[in-house]
Design a protein around this ligand. Structure first.
Ligand code: GLV
Ligand code: MN
Ligand code: MN
Length: 418
């Protein structure tokens, strides 16, 4: 069956059915977390699909990414690069990242079949481990490709006590190559384009077909360690307690109120509060809180640590506790390339699709490609804005629209002779 701009739905249907066979049965949804057996099996299948799509030089690079190339007329021209990721969060959905990789394979096949050779090589990438993981570091493959994965990062330890470097090694990757491999030089690609679901509700609410991404939110993560006093849960009177779990819970509310009070787009999410004990008859004397904050507003984002320092320590003090906060910058606010924004908008219009500029609250591999190439992102609607959950859904017609816009954008970007 053929639909918008002649895209074969049969081929896309086959790819979706194929990838959906690789899910972890221990979770609801379409779970395929980084380092899991289901992800490992899916990557073998995906490597074969890269070859079946007619890509050449298909390989896993030094950084764990699956890479293939459709040669262009001028082999020494800077490549156009398209892709995304195929790992998911626990209880994740069917489309986050996956649309961008399967869509990129379809675009490569369509260009190959059309007989009109691109001027430039087209590189397709399925980036390794984009989602947040127990080591607290997103976008492992794209970060490593860009040369920003460090030896110190390899020493990050999961709550279960495993080193990131060891997890990579057990997964068949060489961590020393991931930090010292051959990184593409700054500016060595012509353009990077990523198709992705919106994971928010602007497109679904407005009925607009395509989102032209303007900026991607910066992310700061924190671990708060609360020191109170262990006590007998029966004997210790309420007024004398130093309950570290309550201090952390109160801080979670403070983070929530802080983001709610921002006039611009800003979000705060506490994902873990742990009393670090099992006994139910002990007043928690220690606790740990993990949270993240995101925004596209540089003033708000830049002042987060300063603005929260007093608020969080006051919440701790209210419960008689001391607090130590460790901050980690996951990524800065990232702006997409203005010319590529125009290209994506022009591609959408030429296909009869409506478009609007949207910011991204989710992070993406594209953030790490900005030094290597001008970067642009194409969003398609997420029903009710839901994502990172089994209910995540994007209708087929929107996926086909996105693929058509990706292909058209690649062709427009390729038109400038190298
Ligand atoms: C990835 O999906 C993220 O935004 O954390
Ligand atoms: Mn994603
Ligand atoms: Mn995601």
């Amino acid at each position: 069956m053929e639909t918008l701009d002649g895209i074969s739905t049969g081929r896309i249907d086959r790819l979706f059915a194929g990838i959906e066979a690789f899910v972890d049965p221990a979770f609801d949804g379409w779970t395929r977390t980084v380092f899991s057996p289901s992800y490992r099996a899916e990557r073998s299948w995906m490597t074969e699909e890269f070859i079946l799509a007619g890509l050449e030089d298909v390989r896993v690079d030094d950084f764990g990414n699956i890479v293939g190339i459709l040669p262009g007329r001028y082999s020494d021209a800077k490549p156009i690069v398209i892709g995304s990721h195929t790992d998911t969060v626990e209880r994740g959905g069917r489309f986050d990242g996956i649309v961008g990789v399967l869509g990129a394979l379809e675009v490569a096949q369509r260009i190959k079949e059309s007989g009109s050779v691109l001027n430039r090589p087209l590189m397709v990438i399925d980036f390794f481990g984009e989602e947040a993981n127990p080591f607290g570091l997103t976008c492992l493959g794209s970060r490593a490709l860009a040369g920003s994965l460090t030896v110190t990062d390899l020493e990050r330890v999961s709550p279960e006590g495993k080193r990131l470097g060891d997890a990579m090694q057990s997964f068949g990757l060489d961590p020393s190559r991931a930090v010292s491999g051959k990184h593409p030089a700054q500016g060595s690609w012509h353009a990077y384009l990523e198709l992705h679901i919106e994971q928010s509700s602007t497109l679904d609410q407005t009925g607009c077909n395509i989102g032209v991404v303007s900026a991607i939110a910066g992310i700061k993560r924190l671990v708060g360690r609360y020191m109170g006093q262990y006590d007998h849960a029966g004997g210790a009177r309420m007024k004398t307690r130093k309950d570290a779990l309550l201090a952390a819970a109160s801080s979670a509310l403070a983070l929530h109120e802080f983001a709610c009070g921002s006039p611009e787009y800003a979000v705060a999410t506490t994902t873990h509060i742990d009393s670090l004990q099992l006994a139910q008859n002990v007043v928690p004397g220690r606790s740990e809180l993990r949270a993240e904050l995101r925004s596209t507003d540089s003033a708000w984002f830049g002042a987060i640590e300063k603005d929260l320092a007093l608020r969080l320590s006051m919440r701790a003090a209210e419960f008689g506790c001391e607090l130590d906060v460790e901050w980690f910058l996951d990524n800065e606010i990232t702006h997409t390339d203005a010319t590529l924004q125009e290209t994506i908008a022009a591609a959408s219009t030429s296909l009869g699709l409506t478009w609007t500029a949207v910011p991204s609250g989710a992070t993406h591999d594209s953030v790490h490609m900005t030094g290597i190439a001008p970067m642009g992102m194409i969003f398609i609607p997420s029903i009710d804005g839901r994502s990172h959950c089994p209910e995540e859904f994007t209708p087929k017609k929107d996926i086909l629209n996105g693929i058509a816009v990706l292909e058209k954008s690649v062709r427009l970007v390729d038109e400038s002779r190298p």
